[in-house]
Design a protein around this ligand. Structure first.
Ligand SMILES: *Cc1c(COP(=O)(O)O)cnc(C)c1O
Length: 421
């Protein structure tokens, strides 16, 4: 029996309606930009496996560092103990994070990274006796699948069933270049009626909303208002972090810097699961007290797992290298050039492009959209490309180590799929 057949017996997959999706592909190998399925078909991983494997799968440098760590120290309790990979990683992260960031709190994944960010914002005010219990978020944001993270995400199939159990949240639209004034008015009113504790936002690019990009100047204005009212700024850089937007962090494009930054996905270069939440000294100091209960009593058993830290440390080293920085630029140049060829395509409604992220909104009828989406997905697989269309959007976030030829193959496949629509 194939993996695909055996899988059906006991496995429940994430984000999957099993009655509708029967075909799950068995993957037996991943190396560089290539995934190989159990029948031997190869696919270029055009989305870096959900934006994690940005230095390529089974990257030799990262493997070497993690293997060496495995011989030394596998796992210890991180309350009361520390270790070299965590210390070195904290130093490496601080060296690339925006300058206000001073402390790193480790956790397990993107959802827990944002969960901790939300808790930092709420307890920052709680510890000071401020009556602020409400979070602010963007309407179409996505911050993860745990309860706090779900609450601040836009409503969708992901979280609709749990709405009654959400933490308190107010939502505003993203700035589009024309609506900043209205958003600020709305925001002022919200804050007067229900004092806000924190604002969680995906800076500049909303990944799960199909790589929607918003206006940086408008975002700066919103952030400036929040800062002036002591609303804690929590930047969710789980998707945007570690070079994807062309800078180390999307916040680097903005003049107003966050108090808290949530990281995961490419943090560990796609090798092991881990999240991290960084914060400024001002946030940290609100928890630093003689009173035990003012501490942040959040912890996961595998917090700062030494192997994950070793992978992350190797990842940051690669990110800082000239080669990787150059590749990010080259991918952006290539995306920009490809974008031009699509300008007049009748099936293209809009394109978006930042760093290595490139998205195309399709100009097609929405009816029978589910099957159209599935057909698009399958035609890419047939052409040897793995990407996951989201609604009417085709997007790529290629690994930084992709070659020019492999990129061209992705572009050629996209053009062929568009032509066939
Ligand atoms: C993926 C993602 C998350 C959730 O991360 P998980 O590791 O899947 O829990 C949170 N925020 C953003 C912006 C993401 O892209």
């Amino acid at each position: 029996m194939s993996l695909t057949q055996r899988d059906q017996k006991h496995i429940w997959h994430p984000l999957t309606q099993h009655k509708l999706q029967k075909e799950i592909i068995g993957i037996k190998k991943a190396k560089g930009v290539y995934l190989t399925d159990e029948e031997g078909n190869e696919y270029i991983d055009a989305i870096s496996s959900w934006y994690t494997s940005v230095y390529g799968h089974c990257n030799d440098f990262i493997l070497e560092k993690v293997k060496a760590q495995m011989d030394q120290l596998d796992q210890i309790v991180f309350s009361g103990f520390t270790h070299k990979p965590a210390v070195e990683l904290s130093e490496a992260l601080i060296s690339i994070l925006p300058s206000e960031q001073e402390k790193i709190f480790f956790n397990d994944n993107g959802s827990t990274a944002t969960e901790v960010g939300i808790k930092m914002a709420l307890q920052y005010h709680f510890n000071q006796g401020n009556d602020r219990k409400v979070m602010l978020a963007f309407e179409e944001g996505f911050h993860g699948d745990t309860f706090g993270a779900m609450s601040v995400s836009g409503l969708s199939v992901y979280n609709g069933a749990f709405e009654e159990h959400f933490i308190k949240v107010k939502r505003i639209p993203v700035p589009n270049g024309n609506n900043t004034k209205e958003i600020l008015q709305q925001l002022k009113k919200i804050h007067e009626e229900t004092p806000l504790a924190g604002f969680i936002y995906e800076p500049l690019v909303q990944g799960a909303a199909a790589m929607k990009m918003h206006d940086g100047e408008g975002l700066n204005e919103i952030l400036r208002f929040c800062k002036s009212r002591n609303i804690v700024l929590v930047a969710d850089e789980v998707m945007t972090g570690f070079g994807k937007t062309g800078k180390n962090f999307a916040s680097d494009y903005l003049t107003i810097q966050p108090d808290v930054i949530c990281m995961s996905k490419a943090l560990t270069a796609g090798l092991l699961p881990m999240g991290a939440t960084s914060c400024s000294l001002e946030i940290y100091n609100a928890f630093y007290d003689d009173e035990l209960a003012k501490g942040l009593f959040h912890g996961h058993t595998y917090t700062a797992n030494p192997l994950a830290c070793a992978a992350a440390l190797a990842g940051v080293k690669l990110l800082k290298s000239k080669e990787i920085q150059q590749s990010i630029q080259l991918i952006n140049n290539a995306n920009t050039e490809f974008e031009r060829t699509l300008n007049l395509h009748p099936k293209v409604a809009e394109t978006r492009n930042l760093g290595v992220i490139f998205a195309i909104d399709l100009n097609i009828e929405m009816e029978r959209y589910g099957s159209t989406r599935d057909n698009i997905f399958k035609s890419f697989l047939k052409k040897g490309i793995y990407l996951r269309p989201l609604g009417k959007t085709i997007y790529i976030v290629p690994p930084y180590i992709i070659s020019k030829e492999e990129l061209s193959k992705i572009y050629k496949s996209i053009t062929e799929v568009l032509d066939a629509l």
